[in-house]
Write a new protein. Sequence first.
Length: 254
Amino acid sequence: MLFSKSGFAMIVGGSSGIGLATAQQLINNHVRVVIIGKNAEKVNDAIALLNSPKAEGLVADLCKKADRGRVEKYINNHEDAVSYLVNSAGYFNPKPFVEHSEEDYEHYMTLNKSIFFITQAAVSRMKQARRGAIVNIGSMWAHQAIKATPSSAYSMAKAGLHSLTQHLAIELAEHNIRVNAVAPAVVKTPIYNHFIKPEQLSTTLASFDNFHPLGRIGTPEDIANSVMYLLSQQSNWVTGTILNIDGGVMAGRN
């Protein structure tokens, strides 16, 4: 058995992209899933797409303290503990360092703050159950700067998430809780909609194909496959890892 039948999985940022692809694979493996998204319509569409009694949606804007509190309350009051937590919520809007506003900075850091405290609530329940697996969705940009996409605030936030991963892995190992992260390169997800027009999205992202030694950008399923490995019992001796899922970008350049 690769996944526990007790407890449930929570996907923070599960209404689209990597989070939704992971939710689908968890359901395929008979795991109950709660997806969290800030847009009610998108959450409802995701639940309809998942089309399973094992799928539940929770609408919450993680930049609002009250909404974050509702997620924490849900975790604290649920009859079952969170067995699997995937922190997939993201925001990406590259711009030069000197053009970042305080609002930009706060957006990234408030999102990290919500992930921190939602994870704290989940870990409290995991410790009671003496089991758990957490995967954080980090980023290649936390490892390496890319001139075409200046991302100082985003990279600072993701580097913090990588560091949190390693610190929690050490602290929680004695409680049988594993904490890992993945660091994707360019993946075709809605995260780029903040600064690329929808009609230009496919063409713009395709221009990054050759940036990756394997010759293409990633898909949400590419990343979800690795997230599933890190959640499952197949990786029960893996914790504190930042796994590069990047088409070879960190290995070198074409």
